[in-house]
Design a protein around this ligand. Sequence first.
Ligand SMILES: Nc1ncnc2c1ncn2[C@@H]1O[C@H](COP(=O)(O)OP(=O)(O)OP(=O)(O)O)[C@@H](O)[C@H]1O
Ligand SMILES: [Mg+2]
Length: 251
Amino acid sequence: MIRLENITVEFEERKILDDVSFRVNDGETKVMLGPSGAGKSSLLKVVLGLWKPDVGKVFVDDIEITRLSEREQMPVRRRMSMIFQGNALFDSLTVAENVGFFLEEHSPMTPEQIDKRVQECLEFVNLPDAGSLLPEEISGGMKKRVAIARAIAFHPEIILYDEPTTGLDPINAKTVTELMLKLKNERRVTSIVVTHILRDAFAVGDSLAVVSDGRIVFDGNAHDILASKDTFVQEFLSEIREEASLLFANQ
Ligand SMILES: Nc1ncnc2c1ncn2[C@@H]1O[C@H](COP(=O)(O)OP(=O)(O)OP(=O)(O)O)[C@@H](O)[C@H]1O
Ligand SMILES: [Mg+2]
């Protein structure tokens, strides 16, 4: 379970996150929607413990991570993984080395155990033969799947996805969406997914929140969001619907 209570983050007296509260129950996926600059990636960084909020508390289960030192956070951090907006793969390492990187650095596993785990992770994302390739030799959709393979190497209970399908064509986006569902259904992973693609939001989200100017302006399910009378929510939905129809019209 992830719970945020009244989170505020300020940079140079500007509130990037402003009194944000929500919870994600075990095994559920929460989608964060919102325009560019709204604070979605910042929110994930707070959940991951990379940023300390100026005000408010973050709980993972009943552990308040906001009060812990870097060192004390480690056991909780290990239970979480993040798929970054730009994948953050190491260009000079092979796919297999990328997937095994954090295991080599932070686990007591032997090289043989690591090789076996890396292969399992690559099989999970349906890239069993890609281990020896370099990131520059694979497509954008494959890179995203490698990033997911690396994120699951530690068997995380919580995965934070920052725009996992942005920039992918619909077929690759569907593959990534299916992987997110597989992690949720087969491994009961708890997730927060940042996206501005409505189709993907509805495909993976048990609940959806809309962020605007650092504040949560909507929090509910797919039915509620479509029925919302909030003008910002309605305008935002119609904008992304329009974007989606343009995208489809061009294909
Ligand atoms: N390290 C930082 N220092 C100062 N301001 C920052 C920092 N990181 C982000 N911001 C500001 O915080 C606000 C929210 O940024 P954030 O990256 O969270 O938005 P976002 O919703 O993820 O946008 P996008 O959809 O473009 O990824 C922006 O105004 C941004 O300029
Ligand atoms: Mg972002």
